[in-house]
Design a protein around this ligand. Structure first.
Ligand code: GTQ
Length: 345
């Protein structure tokens, strides 16, 4: 005898019985699984440097870089508790290295970017070449390259880490290895990759590999000077002057999974409302701005980090000349033909 099909109790009893067989009714979740527009549990969030910096400093007295392996405070999205991620796909963290320390060499299938926030004189070594860090420098660690970080200087250095951790986790493709030596041997002089691949020329027999850029450091000195030259030129009505970092050998993203951007907002700039499907992590390099979302707004200044999740409408108002760094999963979405954006009039 069938239960009446419109009887809620009968349905619940049925759900309970099938649950024991690892079966679930799609019709109870279909609208959430296939929504009319992007829906993410990630929420907009702001980490002010003034709030976070004391905790970063304190971490330096609690654990060494050697013991921690990487001494990082994860900027965990409050809407995704326990997931160690900042957007649904991208991880951001603030890493501290003190004078004299080395964060030991390892490699992993996750790709990483570094954006230097505070202090200078530390280095990151990538596949045998060291690059010295200064504020605003954008440095990448392609997947499966050996990397260690060290600080031969005399001040603490903090940078923003961006990794595709949630993507690689979702794909079940996480691998790592320890190098065995604390600092990997140096096999090329500093500046070798920049000269070889980042001077508007390429070695005549160069063949691109893995969609990964052969240049791994993009010094702020250069990118900032470029923005300054463009400052009086045409502007995008949402983004001001916004540039994307590229692999100079292909014109594509510097990392297959992560897009990174640097933008200039002139003082008084009031951007038109904008949204895109790539949830984005921003760090303020210079200046101050107001970020207006539908239900809240953030006033941000130098070294503050904030996140705008997928499809959250926002507009940027610059109080002074402002420079923003940002990164997202845009190259993944574009490769899969999923990426969308919307500009309002
Ligand atoms: O510097 O290798 O923030 O492996 C997280 C995992 C940094 C790193 C992070 C890592 C690293």
């Amino acid at each position: 005898m069938n239960a009446r099909i419109d009887e809620p109790a009968a349905r619940r009893a049925y759900y309970d019985r099938i649950a024991g067989h690892s079966l679930k009714p799609l019709w109870e979740v279909l609208a959430a699984l296939v929504p009319a527009q992007p829906a993410t549990d990630a929420v907009p969030a702001l980490w002010r440097w003034a709030d976070v910096h004391p905790f970063i400093t304190e971490s330096g007295s609690l654990i060494t870089a050697r013991e921690a392996e990487r001494r990082v405070l994860i900027l965990e999205n409050p809407g995704l508790p326990g997931q160690s991620t900042t957007t649904s796909t991208m991880y951001a963290g603030l890493q501290l290295i003190l004078p004299g320390e080395v964060a030991p060499a390892h490699r992993h299938t996750q790709s990483a970017l570094r954006f230097v926030v505070d202090g200078e004189g530390a280095y990151t070594a990538v596949d045998g070449e060291r690059v010295t860090m200064a504020p605003g420098d954008f440095i990448i660690t392609p997947m499966w390259t050996w990397h260690d970080h060290g600080n031969p200087g005399d001040e603490p250095v903090t940078w923003l880490d961006g990794l595709d951790i949630a993507v690689v986790r979702m794909l079940g493709a996480q691998f790592r290895e320890n190098h065995g030596h604390e600092a990997q041997p140096v096999s090329r002089p500093e500046g070798d990759a920049a000269a070889r691949y980042g001077s508007g020329m390429l070695p005549v027999d160069y063949a691109p590999r893995n969609g990964v850029t052969p240049v791994f450091s993009y010094p702020y000195r250069r990118s900032r000077a470029a923005l300054a030259r463009m400052a009086d030129g045409p502007r995008h009505r949402c983004h001001g002057i916004k540039m994307r970092y590229v692999n100079p050998a292909t014109g594509g993203a510097p990392i297959a999974t992560i897009g990174a951007f640097l933008q200039w907002l002139p003082a008084g700039f009031a951007g038109a409302p904008y949204r895109s499907t790539d949830g984005t992590v921003f760090t303020v390099v210079e200046g101050s701005a107001r970020v207006e979302l539908d239900d809240r707004s953030f006033d941000v200044g130098p070294k503050d980090t904030f996140v705008i999740p997928s499809w959250h409408r926002h507009r940027l108002h610059a109080r002074e000349d402002t420079v923003l760094f940002s990164f997202s999963d845009r190259p993944i979405q574009q490769a899969l033909h999923l990426w969308r954006e919307h500009e309002e009039a």
